[in-house]
Design a protein around this ligand. Sequence first.
Ligand code: ADP
Length: 421
Amino acid sequence: MFENARFVIDSREAFEGCVFAALKGERTDGHLYVRQALEKGARLAIVERDVDAPKEKLYFVKDTRLFLQEMAAQKLATYDPRIVGITGSNGKTTAKEMIYHCLGEKLAFRNPGNLNTEIGLPLSILNDYLGQPYAIFEMAMNKLGDIATLCRIARPHVAVLLNVGTAHRGVAGGDEQILRGKLEIVENMREDGTAIVHNDPRILENLKSKRFLTFGLLSGDYKLVWYGYEELSTTAWYETPRGIKKLRFSTIFNVGQLVNAAAVLAVFDVLGLEVDLSKFETFTPVDGRFKVIKVDDVYVVDDTYNASLESFRVAVETIKKLGVRAYAVVGSIKEQGVYSEQTHRLLGKILEQLEGVLVYNIDHEIDAMECSKIILKSDEPKAIVETLKNLLEPKDAVLFKASRAVGMEKVLEMFLGGMKA
Ligand code: ADP
C-alpha cells in the first residue's frame, strides 16, 4: 500500500498522490489539516484518530510517529545497507557530506541536515533512499534518548561520535546530559559494530564499547598532525594505522573540520573501502558552515548557519591564520538557556584575539558579552556593513557568525552585494 509512496507531514506541502502523515506536535496537530492535505491531492492520510474526511482515505494507526519509524526501519532492513551514524556537537553535516561525496550517489545515501531527527530521519529514508549499499546518517539530539531512537531506525555498523561540546546545552539539559545523550550512538550500534570517537578523556572514560578507534588533533589512532593554507586551499597530513595520508582540499577548512576528516578516513578503513584520496579535493563546503571566499582580496567567511563556543573557537583560530588583520561580525549563540550569560562571557574572551568585533545585536542575549574589541553594536545590517567596509583593507579576513535564528546571512548578503557593486 505504501510502496513508492511519498510522505508529507505538512499539509501545505501536500501534492497529487502523496501520503499525508498526521502528527501531533507541540504547537499543532496534523489531524486538523487532513482535509486540506486531501484537497491538495493526498491519496491517503495516516491518522491516529477519526477526522472529518472520507473514511476510505484514512489509514488508522496507533502512533503515526512510530509507524513512520517502523516503516523506515523495515525499508532499511530490506536493502540492508552498511550504515554509518554520525553524531556530535559540531561538524556532523560536513563530515557526512564529505563521506557521501567521496563514495558518490550510486554507492551512498545520506539524509539532509535538517532531516536528522526522529521524524526527519524516517521521512528521508522513506521518501528518498533508493537502496544504495551505504547509508550515511547524521543524527541529532535535543534530549536523552533521541539518538537511541534514531539508532533503532538505522542501527549503525559504524558509529561516529565527533565531539561533545556545548551546542544547544540549554535545551539538552546541561553538559552531562549532552555527553550521555551522544554516547547513545555507541551504546546502540550493532553488536558487531565499530565506534569511531573523538580522543577526548570525557568520552573515553564513559565508553562501554570495546570495539572503537579514536581520532583527534595530534592524538588518537587517526590523528591530524599538520595543516596549512595557501590562498583558498588546505593541505592536511594524517597519521593513521594504515600509514601517513595527505589530503588536499580546494577550500579553507578550519582545524575542527580537519580533525573530523580524520574520522572520515577511519570510516573508510572500517568499511574496508579504498577511497581515492583525490576525491577530497573536489569536495566543496556546505553553505553557511565555515565557507571561505575571497572578495576584493579580503577573506570572507560565511559561518552563518549556526554557532557554539567550540565552533567560534576554531573559526577565530582559523581566520587569524588567514588574514593579516581578522575581524568578525557576530551575533548570539542561542539555545543556551541558563548558561546563556556564561556562554557569551566566554565568547567575549575568544573574540579578544581579533582586531575588531561588530555585534549584530537583534536579541540582546549577547549583551552579557564583554570584549574590548567591540567596535559597534547594532541591530541594523546597514550600519554594520558600512562600518565594516570602512575598516577592511586588502589581505584582511572577516568572519560572519551567529546562531541560525539571528539571521546573520542578511548582513552577509548585504555586505557581499556591496562588495560586488
Ligand atoms: P553540524 O551539522 O553538527 O551542526 P556543521 O557541519 O553544520 O555541523 O558545522 C557547524 C559548525 O561547526 C561550523 O561552524 C563548523 O566550522 C564547526 N565545526 C566543525 N567541526 C568542528 C569541530 N571539530 N570543533 C569545533 N567546531 C567545528
